[in-house]
Design a protein. Structure first.
Length: 69
């Protein structure tokens, strides 16, 4: 970029704020930018609980629960 007496060469000192904003926006996942999840819905989302590993079920074991009458 060339400089003229009316417009001295830019030193880039005011770009730090813009760079910080760009970094903040880049930290947001693309899916969240394109299709944001409403905050109220996000709060009601259930927590995942632990589950048994695939193939670990014992199909021959007696059922746990109330006895048949």
């Amino acid at each position: 970029m060339t400089s003229t007496p009316d417009a001295p060469e830019h030193d880039g000192s005011d770009l730090a704020e813009l760079r910080a904003e760009i970094d903040e926006l880049q930290a947001i996942p693309h899916e969240e930018v394109v299709n944001p999840l409403p905050h109220s819905l996000e709060e009601r989302e259930p927590e995942a609980g632990p589950t048994d590993a695939i193939g670990s079920e014992d199909w021959d074991a007696p059922e746990e629960g109330p006895a048949d009458s």
